[in-house]
Ligand binder design. Structure first.
Ligand code: NDP
Length: 328
């Protein structure tokens, strides 16, 4: 049986990836942070083999690689919030940059010992381009990050290229924003869909947001997981932009969410607070997925309005369950 190791298995992408690979008949091992309740994660992913360990701990990573003996390593773990990276720049560098360096080097050593290749995927980010001068961005766009998160991801992205030159099947995907109802509420998209659902049910009246004009390229997370699997099974390793190629503003996102929730006149519920503005934020991020489409046969399947709608529907359903009277 073929085996994959997924770091970040408790996260949005890691969860979708593990479910998909297990359904495809793969054995899936997952790295779970030391602070997590392993038994609780195991209940949520009963078929995965879980290992405790931090990206900052070489010994734990070496042990997980040896115990899983994985054919494919999907490195999805890390600090995924740009906002948190401003509060914790040193931790972000340690986890996202040095954590990737540790895992890459240990995977290389493990591959040398086992005498068979290990394919490695890095979840890189559009944030490595910062405020790019041109749009859409592609694999040739200059790397010029404007946040601690982007800088740490840029280091990891370049290091993947170094190991690829060294002979490793190492892939870096330049992922643009991808969403689902598994996104935490600390992300603006889920904050919006939660608020739309709560306002529709009369549980909340106001939604406070930052800059409504920021434009992002939003896709559906399971589509991006599909791109990851395609890239690791391609004939050769490379870098790929994974994006929809379409940008929408935060205001567009709010409008779509409120429409789906059945709340008219979204503007009357939204207050803009400059405290939520991030000055170094790129005004426009949109990727050109042409290379992934041509070489990997990958296309995003879920369009913008539908992905927003699915998130709102899930939030409405959850809130209705919570409000339903207890039958006992
Ligand atoms: P999540 O935030 O949902 O998941 C991150 C995962 O990393 C969690 O499992 C988390 O564990 C784990 N983790 C965090 N710190 C450590 C650590 N020190 N040691 C071990 N594990 C750790 O992210 P997503 O699933 O959304 O994203 C997956 C990857 O893709 C991330 O690397 C992200 O930066 C990147 N990416 C995501 C984009 C998106 O739009 N989703 C866009 C571009 C890039 P815990 O559950 O315990 O916190």
């Amino acid at each position: 049986m073929q085996t994959a190791l997924v770091t970040g298995i408790t996260g949005q992408d890691g969860g979708y990836l593990a479910e998909r690979m297990i359904a495809d008949g793969w054995a899936v091992h997952g790295l779970v942070r030391a602070g997590e309740d392993l038994a609780d994660v195991q209940r949520r992913s009963p078929e995965a083999v879980l290992h405790g360990g931090e990206l900052t701990d070489d010994d734990a990573l070496a042990r997980v690689l040896a115990e899983s003996d994985a054919d494919e390593v999907y490195h999805l773990a890390g600090i995924s919030s740009v906002a948190l990276s401003w509060k914790e720049p040193v931790l972000t560098a340690d986890v996202n940059a040095l954590g990737t360096a540790r895992l890459l080097e240990l995977t290389w050593q493990h591959q040398e010992r086992r005498g068979r290749p290990v394919h490695f995927l890095q979840a890189s980010s559009a944030e490595i381009f910062g405020s790019a001068a041109a749009a859409p961005q592609d694999e040739q766009t200059p790397v010029r990050p404007t946040s601690p998160y982007g800088a740490a991801k840029a280091f990891a992205h370049h290091l993947v290229g170094v190991y690829r030159e060294r002979g490793m099947f190492a892939v870096s995907l330049l992922l643009y924003n991808h969403e689902s109802d598994r996104r935490p509420e600390s992300f603006v998209t889920r904050k919006i869909t939660q608020a739309a659902a709560r306002i529709a049910l009369g549980l909340q009246d106001e939604l406070v947001l930052g800059n409504l004009d920021v434009r992002r390229d939003w896709g559906w997370a399971p589509d991006y997981v599909d791109a990851m699997m395609r890239a690791l099974r391609h004939t050769h390793p490379d870098d790929y932009v994974i994006a929809t190629g379409r940008a929408h503003s935060v205001a567009d996102f709010v409008a779509a969410a409120f429409t789906r929730a059945g709340v008219p006149d979204w503007r009357s519920h939204v207050r803009v607070d400059e405290e939520f503005f991030r000055p170094a934020d790129a005004g426009l991020q949109v990727g050109n997925p042409g290379k992934a489409q041509r070489e990997l046969g990958w296309t995003p399947r879920v369009p913008f309005e539908e992905l927003v709608g699915r998130m709102v529907d899930a939030d409405l359903a959850q809130l209705r369950v919570r409000r339903a009277p207890d039958p006992s």
